[in-house]
Design a protein around this ligand. Structure first.
Ligand code: RB5
Length: 149
């Protein structure tokens, strides 16, 4: 898969580790930054990854900040992006099965690298169930472009 990955300063080192993990699993990686541990603003990287997913330039996105919370809030402002903050393998699996999550958010200050790697692996290898969930995802898109815009 082609995967865009982004982080803020809090997760810069974790991003580097996850890139190695993804490359060794045969994925193609687009790193949108940040490029150091110097303080920066997570919405900038959430936007870069979200736009790549929106345009279809990549298949999926991965966003990491201190907690994953800011990244998930920021990414979910982009129409067509379904960002899921996952702290367990079960949540990662369900976010794919039911929600067709196309961006995975994690927290480098709240999760170990081992945990992030196993969550990422499950998330990348689980397919969406479709069926009744398609109607629900359609409603999410409808709401984001309609009265709530
Ligand atoms: C940065 O200090 C921190 O606020 C950020 O990484 C993230 O946890 C925000 O949700």
């Amino acid at each position: 898969m082609k995967i865009a990955i982004g982080s803020d300063h809090a997760a810069y080192e974790a991003k580097d580790r996850l890139k190695v993990f993804l490359a060794s699993a045969g994925h193609q990686i687009v790193d949108v930054g940040t490029d150091s541990t110097e303080s920066c603003d997570y919405p900038d990287y959430a936007a870069a990854v979200s736009r790549s997913v929106q345009s279809g330039a990549v298949d999926r996105g991965v966003l990491i900040c201190g907690t994953g919370i800011g990244m998930s809030i920021a990414a979910n402002r982009f129409s067509g992006v379904r960002a899921a903050l996952c702290y367990t393998e079960e949540l990662a699996s369900l976010s794919r099965l039911h929600n067709d999550a196309n961006v995975l958010c994690m927290g480098a200050r709240t999760q170990s690298i081992d945990s992030m790697q196993s969550i990422l692996k499950v998330w990348l290898n689980t397919d969406w169930e479709g069926d009744r969930h398609a109607r629900r995802l359609g409603k999410i898109e409808m709401n984001s472009g309609g009265d709530n815009a």
